[in-house]
Design a protein around this ligand. Structure first.
Ligand SMILES: [Zn+2]
Ligand SMILES: [Zn+2]
Length: 112
């Protein structure tokens, strides 16, 4: 990291502290772990977009590789937050299964 904003960054998935790539997008800095591929937003106070609660729980969501034909594979993950009030089933299932959440929609292969 070279944005000079501190050294408290650590990957929530693999614990990497050095190989982290930051990209600023407006007020949000998106961090990518170059070690395991986890993506997350920095400087974002996690809160539920539906009810506004900040009592949310971190979860990993899979980002699928959309570049390899019909074989979908998990390429990387994004750190998101689930609201126990608005997304109780999703949170429950996530905690039970302990695997990354599926992406919102399956990627569509572009036709060249
Ligand atoms: Zn990592
Ligand atoms: Zn909520």
């Amino acid at each position: 990291m070279s944005d000079g904003t501190g050294s408290d960054l650590v990957c929530a998935n693999c614990g990497e502290e050095e190989q982290l790539l930051g990209q600023r997008d407006g007020d949000i800095i998106t961090i990518t772990c170059e070690s395991c591929g986890l993506v997350w937003d920095r400087d974002l106070t996690p809160s539920c977009p539906t009810c506004g609660s900040d009592d949310v729980r971190p979860a990993f969501k899979a980002i699928l590789d959309k570049s390899r034909g019909t074989q979908l594979s998990i390429q990387s993950m994004r750190l998101i937050y689930l609201c126990p009030t608005c997304q109780p089933e999703l949170l429950h299932n996530y905690l039970q299964s302990n695997v990354p959440l599926p992406p919102d929609e399956l990627p569509v292969n572009p036709r060249d």
